[in-house]
Design a protein around this ligand. Structure first.
Ligand code: SF4
Length: 586
């Protein structure tokens, strides 16, 4: 009932499946058959899509489907206890659907609420600041079968928590001002300004924005596309949520400037499924922009026809990788493509496509107004401008902070109220763990680069628990396409668990490290190439922490073969020395 005729096209398969999931709590097989005929795609392709995305299911979930975020920060805030409490209150185990079909409960990867966790989702809608009173409230509402629309709003309240605004967040720009400035200056001159600004992509990789857009503009094709990547799934990152909640106009303005430069008529905002709570607001803003002549035909009378469509993800971290995101936008599983060709030459529907991060488009709009020199006058030589950080973990003011590049880690810690700090995960699990001996380092592409995640751990935290959470995360989120990552991340998880559980030996640590190198060097995309970073960076800084876990320096098998034969020995009434097996190192 929420779909229109226009939605029935293969590229909108995810939109259709999300609507079916919301209506029936799963994707009925009958619906798959109908869709296969209507969209003229194989039913196996539809099933592959359903199985790929964690928010879609072939078997029914509860009418209230509750997911609890399993990010490290949620764990630090007592998530495990709360999950157990919720499970008892609702009489359903995690990973199961209650017999009466009313409710299902499970874990999910980070929901982008690390500044206000423990967090979760109910039927895709964000729940924040969970504690026992809130869980009692939720359990009662479920038992009363209250429609979500009648639940108290405080359960769904999401705060921006902007504590430090800088170049980009200070003073909103007037609607249309950046587009007008672009046309006043001229399209080519605006591209020159972006070059002078030295703006680099804010997703983490740091490719020069002007160069990317120039490549795309020069690619001969009837159609070009602009895509804003708002699929920030890196645990500890939530800045795009805030930018889109409070600065969406500026982001859309940046996308429109990109369209003018590369010659695109269509843009997309790929919004992570966890941010469903801002979907309607963003749709309304887009409509207001159409009404104001800032989107649609002949924008500001300058001859540019351009519109933006929002595509919602469905719970797959890998879709933050730009080529996986494009696959997902085409209604397929989000499996990263072989590159080259890069999206600028062959992206969405194999047409030249610019994919940039939310923060990058935000910066473009400001540069279009203020000029490249203004932007380049902040930051460092190789990292112009500012960086917006999502800061969370052990600090008294978790939230959004914007700094000129080059700021010291010490300064950031002082601002957010962190003390007794053990270390920081900069750039999320795929980034770098720095110890408290490195706080004089600076935030910049030439030193510590980050897409925006900054998780602080104090001295009470166990490093191995942190690494274990991150390693499990990667094993869970591997898309399974290539063997080094699919098998490698599972082996990393197993090997690390063995050491943490006290069954490891020195040989196991050596094996763990070589496995890390193997996964890093042979994986197809960034997920696999960085999945071992948490282990490698902590092994390097805290070898003693790993050593303390070792049971013996000789080989210790993870599987207790002799212990497993206990039942057989009892059945055979035999417990002499010869009936025991010993496992020794060769
Ligand atoms: Fe998929 Fe991992 Fe291979 Fe990337 S590295 S393609 S996430 S299996």
């Amino acid at each position: 009932k929420v779909l229109t005729d226009a939605d029935y096209q293969p590229a909108r398969l995810l939109t259709i499946l999300r609507a079916l999931q919301a209506e029936y709590q799963h994707i009925p097989i009958d619906a798959i058959d109908i869709l296969a005929d209507a969209l003229n795609i194989p039913r196996t392709q539809i099933i592959a899509v359903v199985e790929f995305y964690s928010f879609l299911h072939l078997t029914p979930q509860g009418r209230y489907d509750i997911l609890i975020s399993d990010s490290i920060t949620d764990r630090m805030q007592g998530k495990e206890n709360l999950l157990g409490y919720l499970s008892s209150a609702l009489k359903v185990k995690a990973g199961q659907v209650r017999d009466d079909g009313l409710v299902s409960l499970n874990n999910t990867s980070c929901t982008g609420m690390c500044d206000q966790g423990p967090a979760g989702l109910v039927n895709g809608h964000a729940l924040t600041k969970l504690d026992r009173p809130r869980i009692d409230e939720i359990a009662a509402l479920v038992e009363q079968q209250k429609p979500l629309g009648e639940w108290p709003p405080h359960l769904f309240a999401v705060d921006d928590n902007i504590y430090k605004a800088g170049l980009l967040l200070n003073g909103p720009i007037e609607n249309g001002a950046a587009i007008q400035a672009t046309y006043t200056r001229g399209i080519n001159n605006t591209l020159e300004e972006l070059d002078r600004a030295g703006l680099r992509g804010r997703g983490g990789a740091g490719f020069k924005t002007a160069m990317k857009w120039r490549f795309c503009a020069e690619e001969p094709s009837e159609q070009h596309f602009v895509v804003c990547n708002a699929d920030e799934g890196e645990p500890g990152t939530f800045k795009d949520r805030v930018l889109l909640n409070s600065h969406a106009e500026q982001v859309f303005e940046g996308m429109t400037i990109a369209a003018a430069i590369i010659g695109a008529n269509q843009g997309f905002l790929y919004l992570r499924g966890e941010y469903l709570h801002i979907f309607d607001k963003l749709q309304a803003i887009l409509q207001q922009r159409r009404n104001a002549g800032l989107l649609g035909a002949n924008i500001l009378g300058q001859g540019l026809d351009f519109d933006i469509e929002i595509r919602l993800g469905a719970g797959a971290y890998i879709c933050g990788e730009e080529s996986a995101l494009i696959e997902s936008m085409e209604g397929k599983p989000g499996i990263p493509r072989n590159r080259p060709p890069y999206p600028v030459t062959s992206g969405y529907l194999n047409q030249p496509t610019v994919v940039n991060n939310v923060e990058t488009f935000l910066a473009v709009a400001k540069i279009a107004i203020e000029g490249g020199d203004w932007f380049a006058s902040f930051g460092t030589e190789k990292s112009a401008g500012s960086k917006i950080l999502s800061i969370c973990g052990d600090c008294s003011r978790p939230g959004i902070y914007e700094y000129p590049f080059g700021v010291s880690i010490e300064q950031i810690l002082a601002d957010c109220g962190a003390s007794n700090v053990l270390g920081i995960q900069v750039g999320g699990p795929s980034g770098t763990f720095i110890s408290n001996q490195e706080f004089n380092r600076q935030l910049a592409f030439e030193d510590l680069a980050t897409g925006g995640s900054f998780i602080i751990f104090n001295n009470s935290r166990n490093i191995l628990e942190i690494v274990q959470n991150f390693t499990h995360f990667f094993a869970h989120e591997s898309c399974g396409f290539c063997t080094p990552c699919r098998v490698g991340t599972a082996l990393l998880k197993k090997q690390l668990d063995k050491i943490i559980e006290g069954h490891g030996s020195a040989g196991d640590v050596v094996e763990l490290e070589s496995l890390c190198q193997l996964v890093k060097s042979n994986s197809h995309c960034g997920l696999g190439q960085t999945a071992a970073n948490p282990i490698l960076s902590t092994l390097q800084r805290y070898p003693d922490v790993y050593e303390k876990q070792l049971k013996s320096i000789s080989y210790e098998p993870g599987f207790d073969l002799d212990g497993s034969l206990e039942i057989a020995r009892r059945m055979a009434h035999r417990d002499d020395a010869a009936a025991h097996l010993s496992q020794v190192e060769d």
